[in-house]
Structure formats: C-alpha cells, structure tokens
Design a protein around this ligand. Structure first.
Ligand SMILES: [Zn+2]
Length: 216
C-alpha cells in the first residue's frame, strides 16, 4: 500500500470521529471518500458508525464504483455513487463528505437554501449554500442533483436528507461541512430573535474581492 493511501485511510478515520463527536451523524449515517492520485477512490463502509472507523474497514473502488479492495464483512457504502458523480464533475475535487448535521438538516427538510450574506468568513469561503432537490439515497439520481453545484460551490444541502461538501483535499471538504453547519446554526438562532441582518453591499463587495485568494 502506498504511503499516500495509508495516510488517507487514517485521515478518513479522523474525519469520521470528528463528524461523530460533533453530532453531525446519527447511528451509521454519513460517508466519506477520497480520490487517490491513481484515480482510485477510498470510501467508508456501509453500516459502521463514523465514530468507530479503522483503516482496514475503508474500501477502495474505481471511478465506476467497482470494488477493488474491501475487508469482509465490510463493504463500500452504497452512497459512494453520489460521491463518484461529484468526482466525475470536477477533476479538482479530491474528497467528499456526506453528513446529516442537525441544523443543516433542519433547513434541508424545510427546503431552504442558506443565501444570506451575514458573516465575513462565510462570504469568503461559502457565500451560498444551495439546496439540491430531493432524490432517493443510494441512487445515481442523488449525485445528479448535486452535479450542477460542484464547479461553483463547496457544498450543498440535500433536500429532506442532509448535506454534502467537497474540496481539494479531505481537510478542505470536512471544514466545509463544519462551516455549512455553523452557518445553518447561526441562521436558525438569529431567526429566533429576529436578528438576521446582511452585511452592507460595499462590505460584501470587498469580501468577494478577497475570495479570489481562496479559490472556489
Ligand atoms: Zn445520508
């Protein structure tokens, strides 16, 4: 096994523990994948808590989802099909994280995208968190509804389901999930006190100028 693959298997386990500890996944929900420099994809197994992942439980599939490596009784998550659509849509994406973070999921069920420009860091890193229309989990359709957002966004809500984020590496994709959930929680709490307030247009324009330094 390459050093790259060994390191990334460990990193997937770390991200899984972070998702679980931060209550962004319940039971066996959520899945994580990474694209290796060979083009092969490491992904989390089905029916395993993200809080108890170990490197040997991680499966390896090719770009079409054919299983290349797995350790019985573990098998790749069926949701990897959604991840493969994201990789296919943008060669720059190297990692994908799917979770059911509490506040993000509340807005996903309500059917509301998060678009208010209230926080400087959000305007720079995730100025808009769109809503991908509902599709059945574990089908190609769930990937297809996300694809239109992949080149221009860092993540989206999945209607009546949860959230998906992606990035240039695993840390990038995971941190986008943290930011998505933070944005959803702030929006929820501000709404309770009637406090939703956007930044002035000039401030947003300045922040958008800074955005170019940070990519997507
Ligand atoms: Zn899910």
């Amino acid at each position: 096994m390459s050093t790259e693959e060994k390191d990334l298997r460990e990193q997937i386990c770390d991200v899984g523990r972070n998702l679980w500890q931060r209550q962004m996944v319940a039971a066996n929900d959520g899945n994580i994948s990474v694209r290796l420099s060979t083009g092969e994809i490491l992904c989390t197994p089905a029916s395993v808590s993200k809080g108890s992942l170990t490197p040997e439980k991680i499966a390896k599939v090719d770009a079409d989802g054919q299983v290349l490596e797995m350790t019985a009784p573990f098998r790749p998550s069926t949701e990897v099909r959604m991840h493969l659509k994201v990789y296919e849509a943008d060669p720059g994406v190297r990692a994908v994280v799917h979770a059911h973070p509490m506040y993000g999921t509340v807005f996903a069920v309500k059917g509301e995208a998060l678009t208010l420009k209230m926080l400087p860091e959000s305007v720079i890193h995730m100025p808009e968190i769109p809503l991908a229309p509902y599709a059945t989990p574990s089908t190609d359709a769930l990937g297809e509804v996300v694809v239109p957002f992949v080149p221009t966004h860092h993540g989206c809500l999945l209607e009546q389901h949860g959230a998906l984020t992606w990035g240039a590496d695993l840390s990038d994709a995971y941190l986008a999930m943290e930011r998505l959930e933070y944005t959803a929680k702030v929006t929820y709490l501000l709404r309770l006190i009637g406090g939703e307030r956007e930044l002035p247009a000039e401030a947003v324009a300045t922040l958008v100028g800074l955005r170019s330094q940070y990519g997507r």
